[in-house]
Design a protein around this ligand. Sequence first.
Ligand code: AMP
Length: 216
Amino acid sequence: MRFILLGAPGAGKGTQAQRLVDAHDIVQLSTGEMLRAAVAAGTDIGKRAKAVMEAGDLVSDDILIGMISDRVTEADCGNGFILDGFPRTLAQAEALEVMLAQKSLKLDAVIEMKVDDALLIGRITGRYTCANCGAGYHDENLKPKVAGICDNCGRTEFSHRSDDNAEAVTTRLAAYHEQTAPLLPFYRDKGSLKTVDGMADIDEVTRQLNDVLALG
Ligand code: AMP
């Protein structure tokens, strides 16, 4: 199974992708995570991406297309993958079409997670992760069961993404509306776009996603 999760920053793509990975035995390809790893490792790509990401702008299409093209042929993608955060521009979407055709791979669906802007800023600025295992939490919507202790691994250090501040979030939302939202009519015209209500609670969104995926 191969599909794209489309949605604004804070729409819940990463959270839902983690759940779908477990349920369908596929991998999550998050370009944001890949770039953050490149920044942390200090690779050439990381050095080029760091300031752009901190400002909330989009990293160049060339870097992203090269990154995904290499990644989808790795062995762990054999059973399928979720594209989380890619494509984000029409150029990336068009390159993805060519790349998949060359590898004789087909997408099963493109799923939009629809959330009103008013909700997104609060979702993003309140979120944080366990510094050890990466489990995601939120100051109001998703607190650890015991305050200050990760439910998943029991550790007590947490971190906030450096681009989850109000200024970068405003730029990221503008980038979404200007550069990523045009992908909705692009995929709708191809007949592959499905939409779920990203404002429902987390379990309900997972249920809607599974329904959409079962229908193919
Ligand atoms: P995310 O974790 O998906 O919110 O991505 C974090 C940041 O990484 C974005 O704000 C961009 O700067 C960069 N990024 C991730 N995916 C892409 C992409 N497909 N195209 C361009 N920039 C990206």
